[in-house]
Design a protein around this ligand. Structure first.
Ligand SMILES: [Zn+2]
Length: 53
């Protein structure tokens, strides 16, 4: 399940090594996220497309 940072509202995988307490699980990716380019963190590198998330 994706997590949303409460600092900058960025989206991360649930095994992101930068994960901090307070990050909120989100059941769906935000509408703004339409491609892997919208996910900046390295925790998404194992995914080839957002359809796999
Ligand atoms: Zn991350």
């Amino acid at each position: 399940m994706p997590l949303m940072s409460d600092d900058d509202f960025s989206i991360h995988d649930d095994d992101c090594e930068k994960q901090e307490s307070g990050w909120m699980p989100v059941s769906d990716l935000p509408d703004e996220v339409t491609s892997m380019d919208d996910l900046d963190c390295a925790c998404w590198e194992e995914y080839d497309s957002i359809a796999e998330i």
